[in-house]
Design a protein around this ligand. Structure first.
Ligand code: TIU
Length: 223
């Protein structure tokens, strides 16, 4: 069960035990991905994020088949916004703040349609769905307890956006002793240059906080 698998990656092969590995899917929420949603109203090209969905669907199917634990995260806040720091609330355009009514309900508020995960990647019963108030998936959540309870040592990291919530989470994971493999075609950014350089930053300096490969390489390596 603890057989090691090796995937070609940057800066070098990523070795992991599938029995000790979880698939982490960061914030694939309608607010960030849907045309007309919060992400687009901020002036972003959501098409760059939509491109992540098909390869991520394939990875999700493979993880389910292999029996890897799947953990979904959602960025958002309580309806009374009591867990929203004023500094985060003030950020961005005043007309489009967290908690305001948007095209898919109140922006980034738990329980709203836009806060939930896109249909194509809907969690199955038994998969952990973790609500996080910040950019990192460890901050203010019990992710570490969930991983420890399942004996997880390695993470396959996917989702949006590459340079914000994915980066923050991978850095947090690295500091906690986890090895993270980021799938380049399963993470997305509104900014092409941030996508490229964000992935470069992870793998630079001998993999300073993680590894980078693509979904096809991972799928070919999975048992
Ligand atoms: N999930 C996530 O990355 N939250 C963001 O706010 N990302 C942006 O790039 N804005």
């Amino acid at each position: 069960p603890d057989t090691l698998v090796s995937v070609p990656a940057r800066p070098g092969a990523f070795s992991f035990a599938p029995a000790r590995t979880a698939l982490l899917i960061i914030d694939m929420q309608r607010d960030f991905l849907l045309p007309g949603g919060f992400g687009e109203t901020l002036g972003n090209d959501v098409g760059r994020l939509a491109a992540v969905v098909p390869p991520l669907q394939r990875v999700l199917a493979a993880a389910r088949e292999t029996g890897l634990p799947v953990i979904h995260t959602r960025e958002g806040h309580r309806p009374d916004l009591s867990d929203l720091p004023p500094a985060k609330h003030r950020r961005g355009k005043p007309s489009l703040r967290i908690g305001d009514p948007g095209p898919y309900g109140r922006i980034l508020v738990r329980g709203e349609y836009g806060h939930d995960i896109v249909d194509e990647l809907a969690p199955l019963p038994g998969e952990v769905v973790l609500d996080k108030p910040g950019k990192g998936a460890f901050y203010g959540t019990d992710l570490e307890e969930v991983l420890r309870a399942q004996g997880v040592e390695s993470l396959v990291v996917t989702g949006v956006t590459t340079e914000v919530c994915v980066h923050t989470t991978v850095r947090e994971a690295n500091d906690r002793g986890y090895e993270a493999l980021v799938l380049s075609d399963c993470v997305g950014s509104y900014f092409p240059e941030f996508q490229r350089v964000g992935l470069d930053m992870i793998a630079a300096q001998g993999g300073i906080f993680g590894w980078v490969t693509d979904s096809a390489s991972l799928l070919a390596a999975l048992p």
